[in-house]
Design a protein around this ligand. Sequence first.
Ligand code: SF4
Ligand code: SF4
Length: 413
Amino acid sequence: MKSLLAGGAALTVLSNIDWAKAAEMAAEAVRKGKINIVWFEGQSCTGDTTSIIQATDPDLVQVLLGASHLAGPGTVGLAFHDTIMPEWGEGAIEILHLAERGAYDPYVLVLEGSIPDENHARKHCNDPNHCGYYCFVGEENGRVVTCTEWVRRLAKRAVAVLTFGACASYGGIPANKVLEPPPGWTYPSWSLAPTGAIGFFDDPIRGYKGLISRTADMPEFTPYFKYIYEDCDPILSPDSGCKPAVAVPGCPANGNGMLRVLVHMVLAALYPNLVPLPKASQWLDQYARPKYIFGRTVHDQCPRAGYYAAGAFRVNPGDNDAKCLFAVGCKGPASNCPWNKYGWVNGVGGPTRTGGVCIGCTMPGFSDAFEPFYKPLPAPATPSAPAALATTVGAAAVGAIVGYAMSKKGKSE
Ligand code: SF4
Ligand code: SF4
């Protein structure tokens, strides 16, 4: 930490700071608020953080400083976020310890990035204190604390878990399989990725169990498992036996989408009579995503749908036309996502809106099951179609594929 600063004066000032006390003061400031956010990053590129900063409706400043009748200044505190928090080093780690002990109750735990299989990492290292880890944050008694360990500890007192991005939700790109394993390669036990990475929720397309389903080894996740799989009534309390867990996937997840779900959770915690939190079956889909965001496919809401209906398909990915992108690999019929309709930032952008194919980043299985990005979706019945993706491709996709085939037939005739 000190070596980051070259100036002698600044170094002197910093070395005089009592970091534990500074962290306690910061904690006290946030404690005055009514609810906190602990944002924890595992194996992540921080794309979702970049994305949430671009949220416009509401924006992050409105949420944190209060810009509505419901939430005033100090209502929501961002207790921990390793990319944008002012504390660093030991002061930042101390906040995680304080959260673990209840100093930031109530807090919502936000996860960004996937979680690796540390058992696999340890197999390849002889020093258990300082190597053989894929992901860790800080040390404790001379030993690193792994990301898995932090997520377990933080999930215990959290009132809800939100996963932002494909990685945290289902494993995302870090969970992609090794295409050409080197000789002697042994696969980690959790997934077919080099680090065995998985997400918080199950990935039924790739067949990976998420953290939420590993309750035999990690009982901290049982209340979230009950919410998703047993459909119990949620209670936003650290000691509740049923706590909500919600996925907001994407690569990255959309800023407005993440912030709306976060605000939903905050309002449900603050005003349960005004914004009651429903059971999972009432508002989440089979992949734990809110139906109010992910209820329809890209294809259902695509601005190019007229061209699709007319059988006008783009021929080369880079062609300068407004035609449907199905034939150049668009995965819109197999992906649930609204941002091509609403625009990515403030009504602007989104792949099919701007000429790029949908790559399926809001789905479990991403990106393994959606590659090659520029290859058209397989028909579910064809032998070459990956079985898992064929399951994903629902009625809309079948309709699209059949429509595409018919238009080709019509054209050739
Ligand atoms: S989901 Fe995409 S944007 Fe988010 S951390 Fe993973 S790779 Fe980065
Ligand atoms: S296939 Fe893709 S580009 Fe064509 S209408 Fe569907 S979502 Fe839009």
